[in-house]
Design a protein around this ligand. Sequence first.
Ligand code: SAH
Length: 258
Amino acid sequence: MNASIPTVSLVGAGPGDPELLTVRALKRLQEADVVLTDDLVDARVLALLRPETRVLRVGKRGGCISTEQRFIHELMIREARSGARVVRLKGGDPFVFGRGGEEVTALREAGIEVEVVSGLTAGIAAPASIGIPVTDRRHAPGVAFVTGHRQDGEDAPDWAALARSGLSLVIYMGLARAEELVASLRAGGLDPRTPAAVIAAAHTAQQRQAICTLESLPATLKSQRIASPAILVIGTVVNEAWQVETLPGLQLSAVGSC
Ligand code: SAH
């Protein structure tokens, strides 16, 4: 990177475990003068920074008071113009449901160069941690990554079309509206017995997961007290999960513990 041109590195921190950082991400973190980080980034990743690196927490958590996006843009622009080596650190991959695109647009409009350092996204890494290969061709011709969360004025995904698509469904931020999205998928014709999985806090010490069916998913989330961040997977690809017992109904599987 040309140090004379103000530059921001948009870096993916992966889902948790620092061993899942890319080599380039680690390099950028250790070179950084200032890091603007999301809440989701694991403390063990931040522990890799040099002691003199300034860490600005600009988390955006659904439902909580969070930093305004415009303020984050201004902060990055100011730091980059001052000559600091700026890293914008995001959980998972910076371009997967992370507003990375909006940040790139704002930075480029301000004449700042942007480097994107891709990271391992939760929608692939969380299912994989319990053996679910989301594009397994024996089950589905592909996968759809969908958000279960939307803000006022944003369109909801076309759940009926997704129900008919035959794709494995990987849903980010789906806990708050789980009942609604399950009802929409069922209304769209998806078999209520379709296998479903939830993987919470994947690749962290708090990882938990449960295997159930589409129809029992809302009850499973409640009874197992599954909390955010969590990925939902819906589709027969869930049958590939490791050590899933064949008890009827729902159970918490003790697989994939970290
Ligand atoms: N850019 C991130 C996604 C940000 S949106 C990525 O690529 O992974 C935030 C959502 O990601 C959470 O609500 C949850 O659905 C998912 N998520 C992030 N980290 C997770 C983890 N360690 N385990 C399970 N889900 C996770």
